[in-house]
Design a protein around this ligand. Structure first.
Ligand SMILES: CC(C)(COP(=O)(O)OP(=O)(O)OC[C@H]1O[C@@H](n2cnc3c(N)ncnc32)[C@H](O)[C@@H]1OP(=O)(O)O)[C@@H](O)C(=O)NCCC(=O)NCCS
Length: 255
């Protein structure tokens, strides 16, 4: 099947998923409708794909805060399934539209807003239901904006077509943060970031890198294990004065 037809079919599935959302009307949803519409419009293949690609990039333009880039369902299980489907469809569209490859660079002050948005939404994806309520209460949007503003220059960001899709922070031998925007997951952005984090730990003079992950964050654990990291046992991590039961994952990164 031609790329245009596959992209059109994916766009149709995406439209159907958006149409069932009970909290419609967000700016990002309207953008998605536009992307779907230009793939279905009566235009040449080249023109339709080019317009869709430009709109897709616009969705992630710097300075836009898409922390609400999630579908809503009252039932938590249905909500997780709808969002997993949303991520998969967006990732497929991204592949079909030949979005450009991942590049890495040191973060700049101007990245703080985008880093905060990815951090906040990603933190909720990986931690809600798996950490004490006091920590959830402390992790407000403002908390992420403050920490991102203070820490942004410690980060390495991954860009896809000029759009920041994720970031890592390394401190000494610890990989402190690995966060990828939901619609960039499953596309190699996380692999590029983790490989860079491992390189940075080795460059800091350490043979073994470590990180903390909560036991319930199964997607992250699967990703780390696939990348050669091993579970080194349970320990307590103190975050914002809250004790959080975690697993310590380790990987040898140097001689
Ligand atoms: C953790 C994270 C960086 C990984 O990046 P990613 O692009 O999602 O990683 P990938 O899709 O390449 O790999 C995830 C693996 O988990 C699997 N997976 C996907 N959804 C899953 C789920 N709900 N439960 C368990 N495993 C899942 C994938 O199939 C894949 O495994 P596979 O390669 O064997 O198929 C990203 O998911 C993220 O930013 N999550 C939110 C923030 C977070 O939790 N960060 C880590 C804090 S310690």
């Amino acid at each position: 099947m031609a790329t245009r037809d596959l992209a059109r079919r994916t766009a149709t599935d995406l439209s159907a998923l958006l149409a069932t959302d009970s909290r419609a009307g967000f700016a990002w949803q309207q953008r998605m409708w536009q992307i779907a519409a230009c793939l279905s419009a009566d235009a040449s293949d080249d023109e339709a794909l080019r317009t869709a690609r430009a709109r897709f990039e616009g969705l992630y333009a710097p300075g836009r805060d898409f922390a609400d880039f999630h579908l809503w369902r009252p039932d938590p299980g249905e909500r997780a399934a709808a969002n997993a489907r949303l991520d998969a469809l967006i990732a497929r569209l991204r592949d079909l539209l030949h979005m450009p490859p991942v590049t890495l660079r040191r973060a700049r002050h101007g990245d703080a807003g985008r880093v905060a948005a990815i951090w906040h939404a990603g933190w909720r994806d990986g931690h809600l239901g798996h950490v004490p309520d006091e920590l959830v209460a402390a992790r407000t949007a403002e908390n992420f904006h403050t920490r991102a503003a203070a820490r942004v220059t410690d980060a390495t960001v991954a860009e896809v077509g000029g759009v920041v899709g994720g970031f890592v922070m390394v401190v000494g031998d610890e990989v402190e943060q690995v966060f990828v925007d939901a619609s960039f997951r499953g596309g190699g952005v996380a692999d590029a970031l983790l490989a860079e984090a491992e390189r940075l730990v080795a460059a800091n003079g350490h043979a073994v890198a470590w990180l903390a992950v909560v036991p319930g964050n199964t997607r992250a654990r699967r990703f780390y294990e696939r990348s050669g990291w091993a579970d080194d046992g349970a320990f307590d991590y103190v975050a914002s004065s809250v004790t959080v039961p975690c697993l310590r994952y380790v990987k040898r990164v140097g001689p």
